[in-house]
Write a protein that binds this ligand. Sequence first.
Ligand SMILES: Cc1cc2nc3c(=O)[nH]c(=O)nc-3n(C[C@H](O)[C@H](O)[C@H](O)COP(=O)(O)O)c2cc1C
Length: 390
Amino acid sequence: MAGTWFETVAVAQRRARRRLPASVYGALVAGSEKGLTSRDNVESFDELGFAPHVAGHHATRDLTTIVLGQSLSMPVLLSPTGVQAVHPAGEVAVARAAASRGVAMGLSSFASKSIEEVAATDARVYFQMYWSGGRDVMLQRLERAAAAGALGIIVTLDWSFSHGRDWGSPWIPEEITLKNALKLAPQALSRPSWLWSFVRSGHLPDLTTPNMAAPGEAAPTFFGAYYEWMQTPPPSWEDVAWLRAQWDGPFMVKGVSRVDDAKRVVDLGASALSVSNHGGNNLDGTPATIRVLPAIADAVGADIEVLLDGGVRRGSDVVKALALGARAVMIGRAYLWGLAVNGQAGVENVLDVLRGGIDSTLLALGRSSTSELTREDVVAPPDFFRTLGA
Ligand SMILES: Cc1cc2nc3c(=O)[nH]c(=O)nc-3n(C[C@H](O)[C@H](O)[C@H](O)COP(=O)(O)O)c2cc1C
């Protein structure tokens, strides 16, 4: 599509705001309660600076890395998100973009597309699960993911069912009935290009969660699946260790903020952890992930792959996270803005923006590869870092 290229993620976000109905845009911005954590995730990156060189730079830079046994073209993965009404092609477009740019993606269990449909692309896909439905149901979902070709499992453990937002949560219908469609019509009609993209695809957003369906049954609605999850007693560490034992392959625990939790994740035999606070959508007041990363990397970085997600909007943010101990980062909202603006090509555009930013930052820092980055490359103000639960 001509004229849709954007040069930064911030430009993509501005365009997404203009293109999406207010409730869809609001659901992506999210951030719980006062938005302290979601803001800190982004703004704490701004507090960090660099220590560049003026000569002795390298003519080419190597961005490749290996995460969970997969060779990636750069240290960026697409974090699992439920993207119900952002774009008709949804997670299939995300998967195609991941494949074309040589990175991997997580597919949310609350995604709008099934693991079978997404894994049928060329993408390398990790299936993300919450602790929902208890052990038997979890086992069924693991088996389904394995049969579909998922390369690994991401279990997200940081959700705390915090639903209030000071700026007012958008109204999201249980399903698109005629009555609900009429209620949403003013918003949708004010965003004709978004609406037209769905009309052309032959269906309106259906707000179902195919990956949460019981065998042989129809996909539950988003809220139906959410209700099952809310009714499930939260997992113990033994439950998490049990889950890990059921999966013979790469296994990531997502949502770690504390050093003691990171150690337990190592003990249960996970292959990776993501330092994450769910993009600030949970317990508001949790520090930015970049603040807690070095303490966790120092404690467990030799024993497990440490990733970070939360607030990454630029290639230079990726470099900061790598210099402070992450093996790779995962991005959420950044690629959702690209998806909203231009589908698969928009996600590719975001990945290209990040790649360019990582490369130019490496050049300035005089590094020939991401693996050469050290903490000396980054300048942090006093009292920037936090150590939780050491
Ligand atoms: C709209 C939205 C939906 C999300 N859905 C999920 C999900 O289903 N599963 C999950 O593990 N994380 C989910 N996340 C969290 C992301 O995977 C990731 O942790 C977060 O977006 C990273 O922060 P960032 O958006 O600042 O990059 C979601 C985030 C957003 C913004």
